[in-house]
Design a protein around this ligand. Structure first.
Ligand SMILES: Cc1cc2nc3c(=O)[nH]c(=O)nc-3n(C[C@H](O)[C@H](O)[C@H](O)COP(=O)(O)OP(=O)(O)OC[C@H]3O[C@@H](n4cnc5c(N)ncnc54)[C@H](O)[C@@H]3O)c2cc1C
Length: 455
């Protein structure tokens, strides 16, 4: 630890090691380095250039990216999502339209955007490097232990490192969670998988019906029985990202031997009997898919901070998500922003456990609220025939329904809680209400902090 009151950010600077250079790891690396800390990222993959498809960038994420890279650069890498046309998967018939009115979105402080995961990853990598972060590729972390006095990382090749704080941002099958928290991997397959792929615009534009999907600022969804398909433009309309939420017909109960987002499968693996002409034509143009099972934990993690108070989990390592869900990346970046904002105030060593636990408190509740809503909004798209599906269809906004002010207000109120959230403000608010007191020596202040920790 080094104290340097004259430089910007935290006056007590720490050494951070981050396991996993995905979305959460790189976002955390950037914001911590910007706050004056020393940060090194250890990433298992050998390159940034891995197969991926689309991610949704809802307003709670787009406002962070806009602040970090500017409006113009963000616009060059994304498309706007102005609405979701809803189709019947089997007949390809259009059943309704769910508007994502830009005027409503802007009220939440950001736009609803659509992006390629690799572009988001590269943006975060470039930011981290520009802030002085060291990112090491092809580094497979085998275990993390509390160590004394600093946590210790051991690589698969036997090499060891120590740091003031280790962040486990190593995805849903987290090695940090398994080794430092001594918790068995209790992820269980739900029986659903997500097939993700992309189609080049060149191929799509040859088919006049498919061409419209890359030309519109939309995120269409095809709703079927126990399956659904969604797609949207990415990379300045050079590609269409396609994701199929499917029952795992090949391996309904078994464990996936591949890591998440690593299982490349041939398009021919998919049975398309329950799909109409549009999706069949679309899928034929996809050269390959990445197949990722949707796994759920048997029991949620009780504490995201280990007993030593120096190892902490972030992103999907702390809270696995529905692959391809709307908020998997936004929650990872929000985690990083809250964490980095808190640690930008670090002035003395005894604040470390307080900040770590505040991060857990702030993020656990937020993640739970958003995850429940995200999962619900996807599950409704693949309902089997029955009363629930009838109710969904009856409530689907029709194609030409005028969106009046009352409806806009209703949409806004429902979305404000999720899209209107500002991660930096949430952390800053905690700092103003509780955190500043950790610098005060009076016993009264200490008492209030202890109160907060017990909440
Ligand atoms: C290659 C890839 C492609 C993806 N494509 C999509 C997509 O198209 N659409 C979508 O919605 N989501 C996609 N995701 C998932 C999405 O990035 C996450 O759901 C979300 O952003 C949460 O981010 P995270 O940082 O928690 O996890 P991730 O972004 O998955 O990052 C975890 C990182 O940890 C690394 N790691 C794991 N174990 C170790 C270890 N032992 N040592 C060192 N490093 C380790 C992984 O290689 C990975 O880079 C993809 C993830 C990956 C890794």
């Amino acid at each position: 630890m080094a104290s340097s009151p004259s430089s910007p950010g935290a006056s007590l600077k720490l050494d951070f090691l981050i396991v996993g250079g995905g979305i959460a790891g790189l976002a955390a690396a950037y914001i911590l380095a910007k706050g004056g800390h020393q940060v090194r990222v250890l990433e298992k993959s050998s390159t940034l250039d891995l197969p991926a498809s689309g991610i949704r960038v809802p307003p709670n994420l787009s406002k962070v990216l806009r602040e970090w890279i500017g409006e113009e650069k963000l616009a060059s890498l994304t498309s706007l999502n102005q609405g979701t046309p809803l189709y019947d998967l089997l007949t390809s018939r259009r059943k309704g339209y769910n508007p994502w009115k830009p005027v409503v979105m802007r009220e939440t402080g950001g736009d609803f955007l659509l992006m390629h995961r690799a572009d988001a990853h590269k943006v975060l990598y470039d930011l981290a490097i520009s802030a002085g972060v060291r990112v090491d590729f092809s580094v497979n972390v085998a275990s993390v232990e509390p160590g004394e006095p600093r946590p210790r990382i051991t690589l698969a090749n036997g090499q060891c490192f120590t740091a003031d704080i280790v962040i486990g941002a190593d995805g849903p099958c987290s090695t940090v969670r398994r080794t430092a928290f001594e918790l068995e991997n209790d992820l269980e397959p739900t029986g659903m998988v997500v097939y993700s792929g992309t189609i080049s615009a060149q191929k799509l534009l040859k088919d006049p019906v498919l061409a419209s999907f890359i030309q519109a600022d939309e995120w269409p969804i095809f709703m079927g029985t126990n399956r659904s398909v969604c797609c949207h433009p990415v990379r300045g309309r050079k590609e269409l990202a396609v994701q199929l939420f499917w029952p795992d017909e090949r391996r309904p109960k078994g464990q996936d031997p591949h890591g998440p987002w690593q299982n490349v499968v041939a398009t021919s693996e998919l049975r398309l009997d329950d799909c109409g002409d549009i999706v069949k034509r679309m899928v034929k143009l996809i050269p390959f898919f990445v197949k990722t099972p949707w796994m759920k934990r048997k029991s949620p993690l009780e504490d995201w901070v280990d007993d030593s108070g120096r190892i902490v989990l972030m992103g999907e390592a702390a809270h696995p998500w529905l692959p391809g869900g709307t908020h998997s990346s936004s929650m990872a970046v929000e985690d990083a922003v809250v964490f980095g904002t808190l640690f930008s105030h670090l002035a003395q060593g005894d604040q470390i456990p307080i900040f770590l636990h505040a991060y857990h408190e702030l993020r656990e509740a937020r993640n739970k609220t958003v995850k429940d809503k995200d999962v619900e909004s996807f599950e409704v798209m693949w309902l089997p025939p029955g009363p629930a599906r009838d109710a969904r269809d009856a409530n689907t906004p029709s194609e030409d329904e005028d969106v009046d002010e009352g409806m806009l207000k209703e949409q806004f109120d429902a979305l404000l809680e999720i899209f209107g959230y500002n991660a930096a403000d949430a952390a800053q608010e905690w700092w103003m209400d509780w955190g500043r007191l950790s610098q005060a020596r009076e016993s009264k202040a200490r008492y209030r902090l202890v109160d907060y920790m017990k909440k």
